[in-house]
Design a protein around this ligand. Structure first.
Ligand SMILES: [Cu+2]
Length: 116
């Protein structure tokens, strides 16, 4: 019983530290809200700590644009992927989901526009 109490106390004490180790999402390329004059030949997401990205999608006016990832599925702090296929002018969204070093699942979107 005493051991269990100690373990619980240790877990509670460690909780704030775990929260501060949370991997954060940082501005990438394109930036959220950015308007581009030409289609990007590379998209880049940046994270404050290693992130294993499990879902990465680029969706535009003509549907999903296939992406080829530079580093496969390994945990990265910078994820790079090259869109393949034509990207018509319009609104695009990068959708991602991943797991940070602390095991927390995170997800986010980056919206950008290709000007006509
Ligand atoms: Cu976290």
């Amino acid at each position: 019983m005493k051991i269990m109490t100690l373990v619980l106390a240790a877990a509670l004490a460690a909780a704030p530290m775990a929260a501060s180790a949370h991997s954060s999402s940082q501005p990438g390329t394109p930036k959220d809200g950015e308007t581009l004059t030409v289609a990007p030949n590379l998209v880049r997401l940046n994270f404050g700590g290693p992130m294993r990205i499990t879902v990465l999608k680029l969706v535009g006016p003509d549907g999903e644009v296939p992406l080829t990832r530079t580093d496969g599925m390994k945990p990265v702090t910078t994820l790079e992927a090259t869109p393949s296929g034509a990207m018509a002018p319009g609104a695009y969204e990068i959708e991602w989901r991943g797991m940070g070093a602390d095991g927390h699942v995170m997800e986010g979107t980056v919206d950008f526009t290709i000007a006509p």
